[in-house]
Design a protein around this ligand. Sequence first.
Ligand SMILES: [Zn+2]
Length: 305
Amino acid sequence: MRVGLDFGGTRVKAGLVDDDGRVVRRASAPTRPEHGRDHVLGHVRRLVARVDPDGLAEALGIGFAGMVDAVAGRVVHTTDTMPELFDFPLAAYASEVTGLPAAIDNDGNAHALAEARFGVGRGARLFVMLVLGTGVGGGIVWDGRVWLGAGSMASHLGHIKVRRGGRRCACGARGCVEAYAAAYAIEHAPGAGAKAVFAAARAGDATAERSVADAADAIGAACANLTNVLNPDVLAIGGGLTRGWKQLRGGIEAAYARDALAAARASSPIRRARLGADAGVIGAAMLTTQRGERGGHARSGGAER
Ligand SMILES: [Zn+2]
């Protein structure tokens, strides 16, 4: 048994996860900047106690919405909702307050690890996943291990450029897939929630249709870039926005066919992720299974004793 914590911009979700990737107990708590850092950090101990009252867990993993140095176990940069966690050694902190070995990584990497182990990427040697949520993230899993990159900053897949000089992204650059396919981007035009935009598009509203089509085209183009570079066994798309999969799929496939090399595309199918909202917690729980295999996480938990 392991505990996974999914630190998002508005909530921390926790789960006790068994070795087969099933969430056997859940809890969550809101994160608001006005609560202050100590309160938000207190969720680590409180949520672990709630999902694992009998002390069954052998380790703890955290998937964090922001830039994370998984090797050092530190949050490097967060969204505005948790600014006080800039440059914070969250893995060591979690280890200290729970007494469990702890690891941390970016939430996109956690999602990808979960789908690679237990979901649509099962059996794939090279698995790539895009996660469509508040922002766009993702992860690359090779031979069961999250690909971290030289400075632990790999797989910020939302910032793949799909339109030169295109829309301004939250990262400051232009033309990123996130600027078209994140929830904030889809909501941009009609000014309602993403769900309402999908509904309006179904009803034939031209602005909403355009917004959904732009998102699908950007996602397909980003997938094509990934396939042209990596030729993965499976390229998965997950996250909350895939609830609109029926409306996105055609546009994604069309852009993918247009932009990916035919020979590469033939062996890199696009699939919808399977684990749904649980993926973040499941993947976070599995992060500690990566210790040693890539050297980094052994240093991340202060309590590796
Ligand atoms: Zn960007």
